[in-house]
Design a protein around this ligand. Structure first.
Ligand code: MG
Length: 299
């Protein structure tokens, strides 16, 4: 797990000399209301977590976290602007977590199952996307050489906050750190011709996540939408899920242990469709934000 060395906080403070720097960190305990948005980012080659402050995209500020968001942590009071126009710092958002595994559920929205000619499953069914498939906001989706039919799938992602297994339904909320946007990029032609989906859904760059983890959110009825080059392709609500987030976490933790930072993808609403090289694809979920990625040819 990557934590922020004190010397980094010190160097950031120096670089921002002249800016107000908080002297007293805030202690948050379990059940905290704030901060609600936790980002992972790099600054001048170092990696840290930060609490995102502000509303307008060009005014966002990261308050650097001392410690890790999977335990009690403190805000350092050292703040760096996220805006790309700011030249004093080179801040870049990273995938908000580095999961040990991404567990993705298929056919969890009836309209999507129907559009691909599939039956709605009686029970949830899961597959894996490997840790090496994860990329962050603004990173490039590399069109794989072995596919000619790459598809987008906008999904609500659940970020696990603590090690857990055999989680009872009433304890599910206790194991969730928060929620982020995901795009379950799929080589549809490969998915159709290969029995297992390891290559079709697990190739490098096939799991964009971000832009940050929203920790204070009711996920039961959120708008989820996806655009390609600004044109809407997918639109749904999380209330249309066949199996709830509780169902999915009970189902998977019957079988395996989830670790802090693991990610659960909850299925995609109708409207999946092809991506081509050069496309800009954006997933927006109400209450979280927008995850944008560009499709490039794999070099
Ligand atoms: Mg999917």
């Amino acid at each position: 797990m990557i934590t922020l060395p004190d010397r980094l906080a010190w160097s950031v403070q120096r670089r921002l000399a002249g800016k107000p720097v908080g002297r007293h960190a805030h202690q948050f305990s379990e059940g905290r209301k704030e901060p609600v948005r936790i980002a992972r980012f790099s600054i001048d080659g170092n990696v840290a977590f930060g609490a995102v402050e502000g509303d307008r995209p060009d005014e966002l500020v990261l308050d650097i976290i001392k410690g890790i968001p999977f335990a009690d942590f403190e805000l350092s009071g050292t703040k760096v602007p996220l805006a790309p126009s700011d030249s004093r710092t080179r801040v870049r958002l990273l995938p908000p977590v580095l999961p040990n595994k991404v567990v993705a559920f298929g056919r969890n929205y009836a309209d999507h199952a129907k559009e691909l000619g599939n039956e709605v499953p009686d029970a949830p069914f899961a597959f894996f996307k490997p840790s090496t498939s994860v990329i962050g906001p603004g990173d490039e989706i590399q069109y794989p050489s072995f596919s000619e039919d790459l598809h987008h799938e906008a999904e609500l992602a659940v970020v696990i906050g603590r090690m857990c297994r055999e989680v009872p339904r009433e304890r599910v909320k206790d194991v969730i750190l928060g929620y982020t946007c995901a795009n379950d990029i799929t080589a549809r032609d490969v998915q159709k011709r290969e029995k297992q989906w390891a290559r079709a859904k697990g190739f490098d760059t096939s799991c964009p996540l971000g832009p940050w983890v929203e920790t204070d959110l009711d996920p039961s009825d959120l708008t989820i939408q996806l655009t390609v080059n600004g044109q809407q392709r997918q639109l749904g609500r999380t209330s249309e899920m066949i199996h709830s987030i509780e169902d999915l976490i009970v189902n998977i933790t019957e079988a395996m242990t989830l670790l802090p930072g693991d990610v659960i993808l909850t299925g995609t609403p109708a409207g999946v469709g092809p991506l081509t090289v050069g496309d800009e694809v954006a997933v927006t979920i109400e209450g979280i934000g927008t995850l944008t990625n560009k499709v490039v040819k794999r070099g």
